[in-house]
Design a binder for this molecule. Structure first.
Ligand SMILES: C[S@@+](CC[C@H](N)C(=O)[O-])C[C@H]1O[C@@H](n2cnc3c(N)ncnc32)[C@H](O)[C@@H]1O
Length: 387
């Protein structure tokens, strides 16, 4: 074992000295401190001095520590074969893995370098990597990364989508602060990709103590997500198998509904407004209700006779009226494309934050409805006791 460890440590030292060190991961926790799940190491330049930055991943939080190389090597040597049975070293020349069996006997493996460019050495990681590390354990369970934490080819699109979503939420919450223990409901949470990423980001990057509930009709997905939340030690992340219609509209600080089908988005928005949520984020899915309700008899009819154009018009009106209704209820809204259509065709996001009501919004909605022969918008009806 000594030989393998010495060779491994020698390669690590050599790569740091020769500035070819890219990163290192310690995994397969086998020590007494079962709370410590992984250690991720990367080089950083702090005030011009090269250090190694450690991210210690515990069940529910991350801790970042920076060490001068010699001190870093001491820690790594202490952990190897004791607290962690796997070490993966990535350098610009080769990838080296050390694996220990139950008897703590070590074997070394070497492969051609999988990373051939030195990543940023800035203390603040580039935005995309800061937001969500490939190493998050839930990503593996959700089929996005391999057991080594590398993003799988089949998981690339979802990974980019999750990153973009977290980037938007991160930016939003920097300008619109939530309470330290925000109550968040994700309506139509599905397999939970975005719910897990949100929990992880709020708890481990923004230092909040979030309480997140995912609501999902399909019990199998709910069981899967509850099991995974438990595995990750995310105690305040839970999933309920129920119709969002039945979820009480109270005590919600942030309401999320991503790709919830047709009127499910309206139900979610209504719950958000009724519970006075300070932030509402929705990415609508299909737009059937208004498509059927549009009966245009003016000159636009010549354009809307084409099915695809009528469909696009219905999308435009559905989401436009949603934004106006939110504004009528005292929200400031932004409607934008949140990820390129290359990744998902459902790419419009409506973000609403508590602000001042738009006093013209209801009149604007009435004029639009008249022009397109729309009797009612589903969200309007849900809110009608209030409007
Ligand atoms: C397209 S998936 C989106 C999942 C997830 N939000 C995402 O973006 O990855 C929509 C989910 O909403 C759920 N859903 C639709 N209507 C619902 C309702 N009324 N109550 C609860 N869940 C609903 C569906 O079962 C489905 O899993």
């Amino acid at each position: 074992m000594e030989d393998a460890v010495q060779t491994f440590m020698g390669k690590l030292r050599g790569s740091v000295a020769g500035e070819t060190f890219v990163k290192m991961t310690l995994s397969k926790a086998g020590g007494k401190d079962r709370q410590l799940k992984n250690v991720y190491v990367r080089p950083v330049d702090l005030k011009g001095i090269r250090q190694l930055s450690f991210t210690l991943r515990y069940a529910t939080r991350d801790e970042v520590k920076n060490y001068p190389p010699e001190e870093a090597f001491t820690w790594i040597k202490l952990w190897l074969g004791q607290d962690f049975l796997n070490g993966d070293l990535f350098t610009l020349q080769e990838d080296v893995s050390i694996q220990f069996n139950k008897k703590r006997k070590a074997r070394l493996f070497s492969r051609p370098a999988s990373i051939t460019q030195q990543p940023s050495l800035s203390h603040d990681r580039p935005k995309e990597r800061l937001i969500i590390g490939e190493e998050n354990p839930y990503l593996h369970a959700l089929g996005i990364t391999s057991s080594e934490g590398e993003v799988l080819k089949s998981g690339q699109k979802k990974f980019r989508q999750i990153n973009k979503y977290i980037e938007i939420i991160d930016d939003l919450l920097r300008h619109h602060k939530l309470p330290l223990q925000p109550r968040i409901v994700d309506m139509g949470s599905g397999k939970g990709y975005l719910t897990f990423a949100l929990f992880d980001h709020l708890a481990n990057q923004l230092g909040l103590n979030p309480n997140i509930t995912g609501i999902e009709l399909r019990p199998k997905l709910v069981d899967f997500c509850n099991g995974l939340a438990q595995e990750c030690g995310y105690n305040n992340l839970r999933f309920l198998a129920q119709d969002i219609n039945d979820y009480p509209a109270d005590q919600i600080d942030m309401l999320i509904a991503l790709h919830a089908c047709d009127i499910a988005t309206d139900i979610a928005i209504a719950k958000g407004i009724q519970s006075q949520a300070s932030v509402i984020v929705v990415a609508p899915c299909c737009h059937k209700q208004l498509r059927k309700a549009m009966h245009c008899s003016n000159e636009m009819q010549a354009v809307l006779q084409h099915g695809i154009l009528a469909e696009r018009q219905a999308e435009l009106l559905t989401d436009g009226i949603r934004a106006l209704l939110l504004e009528a209820h005292g929200y400031t809204t932004k409607v934008f494309e949140f990820i390129s259509t290359e990744h998902t065709p459902k790419n419009v996001m409506i973000v609403a934050t508590k602000g001042k009501p738009n006093i013209d919004a209801l009149a604007q909605i009435a004029a639009i409805k008249q022009q397109f022969g729309i009797e009612f918008h589903y969200l309007e009806r849900l809110l009608s006791p209030v409007v």
